[in-house]
Structure formats: structure tokens, C-alpha cells
Design a protein around this ligand. Structure first.
Ligand code: ADP
Ligand code: PHD
Length: 516
């Protein structure tokens, strides 16, 4: 493939924003606009109108000729064997679209957890040990014949020094944690880019997300991407041009002071959709170790089945309500620009996976699309001490929540009482304590820990049927529902139960709605 065959990012002539050329089943580009393609610098570039290869990654039937983002999570990057599979997917995607995808990588395997553990050990035991991270990086370098002294040792030396600092200072701040875990992603992109360049003859280059334009706020551990990042990212890729395979770190950014930040666990999905939105990619592919979004967490119900398509809002709700498969905020940039997101399996690349779209046709046969569970929430009951029916009560209650910057997940109300749930992880003990004190000036309150929310993403036209079937099945299995909510987005029905009953409830509901 020569450089002249590539088309600049998102600049197909007369293409509507978010639109794309279509490719018919014989693999030929359709539509007049295919004849002439203009780069965003105004130059005409040659485009090859040739048969598209067969569906080797399961995406050909609606393949587009725009640039694609391929994000690979830790499970797809466990070792050199997995990196070779990723290489095949990157090459296949290049052939399929006739241009290089932007590749976003997480840390290899469980590196992020290992780095966090190493930080804790340095802090509490005074032990500096990066052997697991080092051996994973070395294994990949050795297997690909890469020079580890040049490629990864400088980073590993910095990491060692950081852990020594933690050990002697006896301090591991959120800022320090973000710097610490950033080594995972920074190692993986360097190894992958060097491998693609050396062994596959691809013009690959590693980039740290902050050098690509990811500017965040300074909320370490859970930083928010600043809006101006999108323009910076667009400009970066525009200047880079189409002839480089950019391998970009997921998960990390930098704040205005130049400190490394992270986007929250699983944040590489968000990196990928943000780049997708910035460069107006035709598709963001999120490669995992499962055949897409499944009907429920396969670790709870082994026979969970893949869901062919969901909407952005359904995917976002599922993620927020516990489905660990996607980052909860990752849908936002895609939703804004109507970019299709596809969840695919790097262990089974021909499987079509799950397509995430602006809208979809709901099936009558499967009233419930998926079941998710969010554990360790607090159930709060608030009963007014004022006269029955006193108006202004809800406003007063939520004013207090706003003052404490506590967000509420689920809510159910009667005239004088409110039941709601709080995320125990997001809400510190001291916050809960002051919140309770303030609420008790207007109400009697009870806070109960150890609850779970089991959510059904469902067909809203069937809600009575679903509620009936679900409540019956839970009752038959002796599972007590402590609160029910059907949100404004009526496709989400939530039940609050004890943590101990959550797995059983998911199994029972899965049997009811997906069969045994
Ligand atoms: N509804 C669900 N569908 C698919 N996977 C799920 C679901 N709920 C939980 N998971 C878990 O999410 C995992 C994939 O997400 P994640 O570990 O973040 O992948 P990666 O690290 O590759 O990005 C799966 O291995 C699966 O165990
Ligand atoms: N490595 C980070 C970021 C991430 O997105 O990872 P993954 O894609 O493996 O979920 C984490 O473990 O949180």
C-alpha cells in the first residue's frame, strides 16, 4: 500500500458530518462522491476503488472508508501472543478501510492493578517491587526482538524512583497514584509501536495522550477532559497526516499544571471515543475479551448471550449501573457526534460484537436487553418531620445533597418520604456523616449500607409485563425487593436488594428473560 492511497481524516468531499461513503456487498464504493476525494488541505488525493477484503473482522457489511479508532483493553494486551493478535486486527482494519486506524491502548493485562499494589506496598511495607510489570514488558520486548534498554528501561527506572519516593516520603497522594499508573499505558504503546515498525514494516509511532491534546481538570483519579481538547486533538491528527499509525495511550491526560491525570478506571474507552469525536471517525471499535456487550456479566451468569445492538443511552445506563464492560462516560463524545461504537472480541475477531447506535428497533421477543448490577450502594430513607403534604420538602432535601455535592443514583418518593440510593465508593464516610446531620434538621433519616441495584435495560412498551414477571420470579426465590424505580429513561427498571442476594437475583432474572 503506498502513501498516496490514503485519504485524510474525515474530509471526504461533500460528506455530511458523521456521514460516510457506503460500500456495497460486492465491495465497491458507491455514490458519486467516491470518484473524487479532497484532503483537508484542499489537495486531491487518489483513492483506490477496489474490492474490499472479505469480512475478516465481522464488519464488512456496513464498512465505511473513513478512519476508524481501534481501542484495545488490558485483556487484549496480556502478553506478546495477544499483541500479535492485535497486530493482525490492526492490519486487517487497515486493509478494510484502506487507511491506518488510530490505535488506543490500555496497560498490558493487569498492569494497572499491579502498579497500584506496588504503590501500596512501597507505602505500607517499604518494599519497592516492580518485577511483574518489568517481566511483562521484557517478555514482549524479547519476543519481538526489541531493544529493552532503549525502549522500556528509562520508564522502568523512573518507576523505581517514584516507588522509592513513596517509600521514603510515606505518602501516596491521588496525584502520585495517577503518575504511578500512567506507566502502564506509557509502556504498552512504546512496545506496540516499536513492534509494528520493526517487524511489520508499518509507520507506527507511540504517543502519550497529553501530547495528542488531552487536557483535563486536576481531579486526580477521575479527571474530566476539558472541552478545548477536541480542537487540539483534531489539529494534532490533521498535522500528523494519514501516513502514520498513531499508537496512543488510553486513560491518561495532563492538567493545566502539566501533572499527569487519569480518567477513572476503564478510562481508555473514553480516550477512544474522544479521539473518534475529535477527528470525526466513522467508527470507534472497542476490543475486549467478550463477544460484545452481553446480556449480563458473564462472571455471574456464564451463559450470558451477546446483545447485537444497543443505543448510546442504553449502553451508558448499563455502564453507570454496574456493567463493567464500558466506561460510564465513554458514550458521551460518540453520542454528540453520532459515531457508531462497536464492542468486539479480540479473541474472536470474526464475531460481529455489539453495535452502539443513536437508535434501534426494539424487539418484542426479548423485552429485556440486558441486566446489570451495581454493588455496594447505600439505601437512604428520608421521612419528613413536617406536616403531611408540606410542599418544598423535596426541594429542601435536594438542596442539602447539592451543598454536599452528593449525586443520587435512584429515587422513589411518597408524599412525605423519599428513598434513594448513593454510590458508597463515590461518597466518603465523612460526607455521609455531615449529609446526615444536615438532613436531620428537616427529616428522620436512615442510611443502610451493603445494598445492590439490579437494573434491567428493557423495552419500555412492555414495562408492566417485565415488572410483573421480575417481581414474581424474585418473590418465588425469596428475594426481598427493597426499592423499585423506573427512571425517566423508562427503559431502565431498577431493584434495590441486599448485596448478598444480588447474584442470585441476576441469575433468576436472566432465566426469566433469556431462558435457562
Ligand atoms: N454485560 C456485560 N457484557 C460484557 N462484559 C461484561 C458485562 N458485565 C461485565 N463484563 C465484564 O467486562 C469485561 C470486559 O471489560 P474490561 O475488563 O474493562 O475489558 P478491557 O480491559 O479489555 O477493556 C468482560 O471480561 C466481562 O467479564
Ligand atoms: N488501564 C486502565 C485503563 C483502562 O481503560 O483499562 P481497560 O481498557 O483494560 O479496562 C485501567 O485498568 O483502568
Amino acid at each position: 500500500m503506498d502513501g498516496g492511497c490514503f485519504v485524510s481524516t474525515g474530509v471526504l468531499a461533500k460528506r455530511a458530518r458523521g456521514g460516510s461513503l457506503s460500500v456495497d456487498r460486492s465491495g465497491f464504493v458507491a455514490g458519486r462522491s467516491a470518484a473524487r476525494v479532497v484532503s483537508n488541505r484542499g489537495r486531491c488525493v487518489r483513492m483506490v476503488v477496489a474490492p474490499i477484503p472479505t469480512d475478516a473482522t465481522g464488519t464488512s457489511s456496513d464498512v465505511t472508508l473513513d478512519r476508524v479508532i481501534c481501542k484495545f483493553g488490558g485483556s487484549s494486551l496480556a502478553d506478546s501472543t495477544r499483541l500479535r493478535e492485535v497486530t493482525k486486527i490492526v492490519k486487517m482494519q487497515t486493509e478494510l478501510t484502506r487507511k491506518f486506524p488510530v490505535v488506543v491502548l490500555s496497560a498490558m493485562g493487569p498492569s494497572t492493578n499491579e502498579l497500584l499494589r506496588a504503590g501500596e506496598r512501597a507505602l505500607t511495607e517499604g518494599v519497592v517491587d516492580i518485577s511483574s510489570v518489568r517481566s511483562r514488558a521484557y517478555e514482549a520486548c524479547d519476543s519481538f526482538g526489541l531493544n529493552k534498554e532503549e525502549l522500556v528501561d528509562p520508564l522502568l527506572t523512573n518507576l523505581d524512583q517514584l516507588l522509592l519516593g513513596i517509600k521514603f516520603l510515606r505518602e501516596l497522594t491521588p496525584r502520585g497514584k495517577d503518575y504511578l499508573v500512567s506507566f502502564g499505558e506509557r509502556l504498552s504503546v512504546r512496545i506496540m509501536a516499536a513492534h509494528l515498525a520493526k517487524n511489520e514494516d508499518l509507520p507506527a509511532k507511540a504517543f502519550d495522550a497529553f501530547d495528542v491534546g488531552f487536557l483535563t481538570d486536576s481531579n486526580f483519579l477521575n479527571a474530566e477532559i476539558q472541552p478545548e481538547s477536541l480542537d487540539k486533538i483534531a489539529r494534532f491528527f490533521d498535522e500528523l497526516g494519514p501516513n502514520t499509525v498513531a499508537i496512543v495511550t488510553g486513560f491518561i491526560g495532563k492538567d493545566i499544571n502539566g501533572e499527569i491525570t487519569t480518567l477513572g478506571r476503564g478510562g481508555s474507552d473514553l480516550t477512544a471515543t474522544t479521539i473518534g469525536a475529535a477527528i470525526n471517525a466513522s467508527e470507534v471499535q472497542v476490543w475486549k475479551d467478550v463477544d460484545g456487550i452481553l446480556s449480563t456479566d458473564p462472571r455471574v451468569v456464564e451463559r450470558a448471550v451477546p446483545v447485537p445492538s444497543v443505543t448510546y443511552t442504553e449502553a451508558a445506563e448499563m455502564a453507570y449501573f454496574g456493567a463493567k464492560v464500558l466506561h460510564p462516560v465513554a458514550m458521551m463524545p460518540a453520542m454528540k457526534n453520532r459515531i457508531t461504537v462497536r464492542v468486539k472480541n479480540s479473541y474472536n475477531p470474526t464475531h460481529p460484537g455489539t453495535k452502539i447506535l443513536p437508535e434501534r428497533k426494539l424487539s418484542d421477543d426479548t423485552p429485556v436487553t440486558a441486566i446489570s448490577v451495581k454493588r455496594n450502594v447505600q439505601l437512604v430513607d428520608i421521612v419528613s418531620t413536617r406536616m403531611l403534604g408540606a410542599y418544598g420538602f423535596l426541594a429542601e432535601v435536594f438542596k442539602i445533597f447539592a451543598q454536599h455535592q452528593v449525586s443520587v443514583d435512584m429515587i422513589a418518593t411518597s408524599e412525605v418520604s423519599i428513598s434513594l440510593t448513593l454510590d458508597s465508593v463515590a461518597c466518603s464516610e465523612s460526607t455521609v456523616c455531615t449529609l446526615k446531620t444536615d438532613l436531620e434538621t428537616i427529616a428522620n433519616t436512615s442510611f443502610q449500607n451493603g445494598k445492590s441495584i439490579v437494573s434491567l435495560v428493557s423495552n419500555q412498551t412492555k414495562s408492566s409485563l417485565i415488572l410483573g414477571k421480575a417481581a414474581n420470579a424474585l418473590a418465588e426465590n425469596g428475594i426481598q425487593i427493597q426499592m423499585v424505580s423506573q427512571g425517566a429513561a423508562k427503559f431502565n427498571i431498577g431493584f434495590v436488594l441486599d448485596n448478598e442476594e444480588a447474584n442470585k437475583a441476576v441469575e433468576v432474572l436472566h432465566d426469566v428473560f433469556f431462558g435457562r
